[in-house]
Design a protein around this ligand. Sequence first.
Ligand code: 9D3
Length: 249
Amino acid sequence: MKFDIVTIFPRMVQAGLAEGVVGRGIEGGLLDVQVHDLRDYTTDRHRSVDDVPYGGGPGMVMKPEPLARAVEDIRARRGVPDAVVLLTPTGRTFTQAEAVRMTRLKHVVLLCGRYEGMDERVRTGVATEELSIGDYVLSGGEVAALVVVDAISRLIPGVVGDEQSVAEDSFTRGLLDYPHYTRPAEFAGQRVPDVLLSGHHADVRRWRKKAALARTLERRPEMLNTAALDDEERALLDEIRKETNNERD
Ligand code: 9D3
């Protein structure tokens, strides 16, 4: 899959792409990611990417021409993208379902904003969609672009070594993950649950299922409304509800 990221902080984005799963996906040729310095698409002596807002008010607004020129250059040199995504706090929220949807795309351009925002004509004339990564204020779209590339990339076959771990991922399964333990068997006075040391695989599997359900009920009960639960999981959930009622009564 091909990504082009347009930013005024190319080194920040490059650093985020160089390590881990995405870094290996690039090295292995499964991902083709290019980072473009927005200032390379300016034409004035000062390489200006922002200007004062029409109508007055605080802060600066990103100029439309360098962004439009960057996307034009990407189109000419890298091909016509399937999506040009504007990263903005006013976009639709990026979720796991969005990430899954976007794996169908072959080529995605990501535009990172800074300052108070972008000229509205970038939204209407250059971008094809707008995404936010959640309800908190960032200083710009660069970290958001890395989040989007990471979440999509790990869904591409071969990018994550272990296909099983992708399939079992909490947001794919609709439940939170179960607790994990490694050696030592006792740490800071806390023991690893006996069942995990028992070697009884069927018991381990059941314990993990129940722990995942208990955690989801406790922390994210709304996820249980949409999770596809099998008969065993529904029975375990009933058990958990009874147990927690007993503790309360
Ligand atoms: C302080 C300025 N805010 C006034 C209401 C608006 C604002 C503009 C630009 C707030 C943040 C930003 C920079 N953020 C992003 O570019 C951004 C972002 C985010 O802040 N949160 C979640 N997702 C994203 S995607 C891009």
